[in-house]
Design a protein around this ligand. Sequence first.
Ligand code: ZN
Length: 106
Amino acid sequence: MSLEYLFRNLIINFLFIRRSSCYYYCSHYYHKETLAIAYAGSIYPVGPMQEWDVPDDVQSRVVLPPKGRKPSGRPPKKRKPSQGEEIVHRKYGRCGGLGHNRLKCS
Ligand SMILES: [Zn+2]
């Protein structure tokens, strides 16, 4: 019995035979009303920028781009360990050597 067959029978059973709502079997988190309640008090549309009431201390601040530049390319493979952190050297099983794997083994 396939999963598709089970779902098809479930849908036919509840929608057409029992006439019950499929929403009964769905978590309330997925209901439209729950979504509306979740965002009811969170969204405050703002008017045009000229009408904004910006405090003087905020308006006087100068925001500059971050100093420095991100180095190009992929970051280095070996990172600096945190304070108290020990580096675990992996051992390649075939030769017993530390810090390499099959690709770099001689
Ligand atoms: Zn090796």
